[in-house]
Design a protein around this ligand. Structure first.
Ligand code: UD1
Ligand code: CA
Length: 486
């Protein structure tokens, strides 16, 4: 829907949020990869407003630092003391006026603690506001439990006449289940004028923005209320129970979108995705999977069971099970897991394998190469078609600095090797089991460690561990050997 570009979106976020019982300001608590404030600003961004202003108060430095990261387009207005929603709006407007911003056009007012709000709902609110030519249009919703909210009062003809706060409502008004969401579309010029006239003559002694609605109506302007279809969208989060409920709702909404776009989600109850995640069609998410941050998954992949991927790229047709990955790239057709840890800077090319109990960090693994089991690869560049034998360790750290190991194409590193960086193993080279690779290996050479030769000390157990089960077993084996030899 195309709507007129609003002059501004104002987001109220000055409150402390004491019921979160947290050191973190309420609006910075996270769900599905964004703070609550981040979700609200993402919705606001869909309106393409000329100005985005966040009213900050409590922990304002923390909120400002966060905004610089997630919404650099937003400016902040300070509300020193929380003297009410109307006072907060006045602070934002006076700040904009001081910076020469004229509010001709629509001003949208929202709160920082409603993470389920959709951009499309704000667009519909603004469209209804423009169409009806209102001075203010209140976003309302019919909710299962209206306790505590301001109620929307309508006349016999159904026309909106005003908002009554819960504390001031009559018993009949308490039965009204259409509530004020605390979000509005205002005529900017009229709002700028009316916020100067808000009184503090009420129970809380605060400036209420809801009074602006009554004042504008009293001046003879048209006012309206537009109801959102999904009441969850206007639900404010005040404590951590409500935060978990909002996370569940948002997650289900995101999974539904993915499923309708062709992704199989085997168990939505245990699958969690962040808002920015993308997933290709015909990919299957197995139970217990979390896709976080900017993770992208191609088509025809299988992720999970139990995969935790953050800011990771998974190529088409890859299989990733029982894996923790952070800032890794998993190429098309590659197999990862089970029980695999991919750390930042891991790049697995096409059709590679990182198998059970393998950890990889800051390394490039070329097309078709395999690290099948029980191995640590750190700071390495491995070419194409190579195999790293079971139980090998890339020793990249001498206690002071880190160095890289380079393994060429079609190399066969034997089992239980120790690759001591910096070192270079040439194309087509082999190494024997248990080799400690300290020196470069020329292409096509076999590396083996001397001084590693095996020596057997006969009769050691009987002499040094007499009377043990091992000594007894050895004696028994010796007797069998003697019998066999006869
Ligand atoms: C307000 C509305 C009520 C509506 C409800 C929806 C008024 C008088 N009432 O009530 O009709 O149903 O929201 O949630 O507006 N804030 C500031 N500075 C302040 C006060 C509040 O930034 O000085 C912010 C809060 O951080 C919060 C939002 O504004 O994000 C709403 O404030 P709150 O005190 O929760 O308003 P309610 O009394 O719940
Ligand atoms: Ca509230």
């Amino acid at each position: 829907m195309s709507v007129n570009r609003p002059a501004a979106v104002i987001v109220l976020a000055a409150g402390e949020g004491t019921r979160m019982k947290s050191k973190l300001p309420k609006v910075l608590h996270e769900l599905n990869g964004r703070s609550m404030l981040g979700h609200v600003l993402a919705a606001a961004r869909e309106l393409d407003p000329q100005n985005s202003v966040v009213v900050v108060g409590h922990a304002r430095d923390q909120v400002r630092a966060h905004l610089e990261e997630v919404a650099p387009e937003a400016t902040t207005a300070v509300q020193e003391e929380q003297n009410g929603t109307g006072h907060a709006v006045r602070m934002a407007i006076e700040d904009m006026a001081a910076m020469g911003t004229e509010l001709s056009g629509t001003v949208v007012l929202t709160c920082g603690d409603t993470p389920l709000l959709r951009g499309s709902t704000l667009s519909e609110l603004v469209a209804a506001h423009d169409k009806e030519g209102n001075a203010v249009t209140v976003l309302s919703a019919r909710v299962p439990d209206p306790q505590g909210y301001g109620r929307i009062v309508r006349d016999a003809g159904g026309d909106f006449t005003g908002i009554v706060e819960h504390a001031d409502a009559t018993p009949e008004q308490h039965a009204i289940d259409e509530i004020n969401s605390g979000m509005y579309a205002f005529d900017g010029a009229l709002l700028s004028e009316v916020v100067q006239r808000l009184s503090t003559d009420n129970a809380k002694g605060e400036e209420y923005v809801t009074d602006a609605v009554a004042l504008l109506r009293g001046d003879g302007h048209r006012v309206g209320a537009w109801a959102a279809d999904d009441w969850h969208e206007v639900q404010g989060v005040n404590n951590r129970v409500q935060l978990s409920e909002a996370r569940r709702v948002l997650n289900d909404r995101l999974l539904t979108e993915h499923m309708l776009a062709g992704v199989t989600v085997v168990d939505p109850a245990t699958t969690w995705v962040d808002a920015q995640v993308t997933i290709g069609p015909d990919t299957v998410l197995e139970p217990g999977t979390r896709l976080m941050g900017a993770t992208t998954v191609g088509e025809d992949a299988v992720v999970g069971p139990r995969a935790d991927l953050r800011d990771t790229v998974v190529g088409a047709g890859a299989t990733v099970s029982e894996t923790t990955a952070d800032r890794a790239e998993i190429g098309p057709g590659t197999t990862v897991g089970p029980y695999t840890y991919l750390r930042p800077g891991t790049r697995l090319a096409e059709r590679t394998k990182a198998g059970a109990f393998v950890e990889v960090k800051n390394s490039n693994v070329g097309t078709g190469s395999k690290i099948p089991h029980l191995t640590y690869v750190g700071d390495a560049d491995i070419g194409e078609g190579s195999n790293i034998g079971c139980s090998s360790v890339f020793v990249n750290y001498d206690g002071v600095s880190k160095s890289r190991s380079v393994i060429g194409d079609h190399v066969r590193i034997g089992s239980d090797n120790t690759i001591v960086a910096p070192v270079h193993v040439g194309d087509g080279a082999y190494s024997g089991a248990g080799t400690v690779v300290r020196d470069d290996v020329p292409p096509g050479a076999l590396a083996v460690s001397e001084g590693h030769r095996q020596r057997n000390v006969e009769g050691w157990t009987r002499r040094k561990r007499p009377g043990t089960a091992s000594a007894e077993a050895a004696d028994k084996a010796d007797r069998h050997r003697a019998d066999d030899e006869q």
